[in-house]
Design a protein around this ligand. Structure first.
Ligand code: FNR
Length: 386
């Protein structure tokens, strides 16, 4: 069998392999799924202005992020419950990333423990460490409740906390409301359940919160569950300050979509930001991340690394993100599709496709390293859908 040649082909293979309920859970966005579509289609409004006769016999796709070299300007975004895709879930993804010298962010809602994922990285690298892994976190309303998980991540060797800030409440995910994805027997969320005693299985709580019919019902539910994992009371004034008191890890804010919040991220001392709309799973009526990137990048003006995720499916998309001012790019669903298609090898297939497409795009555009990719290499058209 010939391996898929594009990420769309990997997705098609994954769709065949997965139960439709799991495929839908991974693929869906919120409400009318407009942000999911917009993330993808906005890339087709951008075109590359190629330069020729530039000696591109050697193309270097590597970048440095927080002082570590990554073979690609692409890492793997955090996504929940990867064992639902089959095999060893997060462990398989970690092996693929570590084997290729790539960074990943582990979801706090993972079906493998953060320690096991770090061990898989160490075992795969065999003494030649690649870029560090990062740990994603939703802060509890009561930040103290998050401290044990933060300590575990720090002890295990995660370099950064990726704090997801676009989820004060869950997005309106219609498929999940109709049919909740419940973890089958034998699967658990070991980061949460081991660290925060009394944590109930999150998917069923999520469903209850999403399906409340009135404000009074929501209030009663909040009272019943006490401190929720998704905090809606965090503010700029206290969040980073309080996290700094409990950890030396770098703090990356995930879910910044405006120049205003980018400026506040710099002001309050974030170490990096991720321009993200959660893969279209939160606010549906927002713009695509590639549309938000230019204003964010201008507001930051080099003060900290700007990372982006959302709808990136080709090496040319990666190129466009870098040209719009991103320092690093993440892919979410493609890793899940790779996993469902062929476990760890499938994730490698995905990242190799991106690697080859990026390197080819760079050569054809006339650049030999990532630093040479600039805003002037892009044009914009109002016609989309090519
Ligand atoms: C996510 N995402 C996510 N983000 C996060 O901060 N914590 C999480 O636990 C999850 N879980 C999750 C599950 C699934 C099934 C998906 C598809 C996404 C969002 C993710 O990190 C990222 O922002 C998007 O997936 C990026 O968009 P693409 O690449 O999937 O289009």
């Amino acid at each position: 069998m010939v391996d898929p040649l594009t990420l769309d082909e990997v997705e098609a293979a994954a769709k065949k392999a997965l139960p439709s309920k799991i495929y839908d859970f991974y693929a869906s966005g919120a409400d009318g799924q407009r942000a999911v579509a917009r993330n993808r289609h906005a890339f087709s409004r951008l075109f590359i202005r190629p330069r020729v006769l530039q000696d591109v016999s050697e193309v270097d796709t590597s970048v440095e992020i927080f002082g570590a070299r990554s073979a690609l300007p692409v890492g793997i975004a955090p996504s929940a419950m990867q064992k639902l895709a089959g095999g060893d879930g997060e462990i398989d993804v970690a092996k693929a990333a570590a084997g290729m010298g790539l960074n990943l962010t582990l979801s706090s809602q993972s079906t493998s423990s953060l320690e096991d994922v770090m061990q898989a990285k160490i075992d795969t690298e065999k003494g030649l460490p690649g870029p560090p892994f990062w740990m994603q976190l939703y802060l509890h309303d009561d930040i103290q409740k998050s401290v044990p998980l933060i300590r575990r991540a720090e002890t295990a060797g995660y370099q950064a906390l990726v704090l997801t800030v676009d989820t004060p409440v869950l997005g309106n995910r219609l498929a999940e409301r109709k049919e909740a994805v419940i973890l089958p027997k034998g699967l658990s969320l070991p980061n949460l359940e081991k660290t925060t005693p009394g944590t109930k299985p999150q998917p069923s709580i999520n469903r209850q919160f999403m399906n409340v019919r009135s404000a009074a019902e929501a209030k009663a539910l909040r009272k019943a569950f006490g401190s929720k994992m998704h905090s809606s009371s965090l503010t700029w004034e206290r969040t980073i300050k309080e996290l700094r008191k409990v950890t030396n890890m770098k703090i990356i804010l995930k879910g910044i979509m405006t120049a205003e919040d980018a400026a506040l991220s710099v002001q309050y001392g974030a170490d990096a930001i991720i321009v993200s709309n959660h893969g279209g799973r939160q606010l549906d009526e927002t713009c695509s991340t590639s549309e938000a990137l230019p204003e964010v990048s201008a507001a930051v003006n080099g003060a900290l690394p700007v990372i982006i995720d959302g709808g990136v499916r080709t090496g040319a998309d990666v190129f466009k993100c870098l040209a719009l001012g991103a320092d690093f790019v993440l892919v979410g669903r493609p890793a899940l599709w790779g996993l469902a298609y062929d476990g760890s090898r499938g994730v490698e297939t995905v990242m190799h496709i991106l690697e080859r497409e990026l390197s080819r795009t760079m050569a054809l555009a006339g650049v030999k390293n990532v630093k040479e990719i600039s805003r002037g290499m892009l044009g914009v058209t109002n016609r989309s859908g090519f």
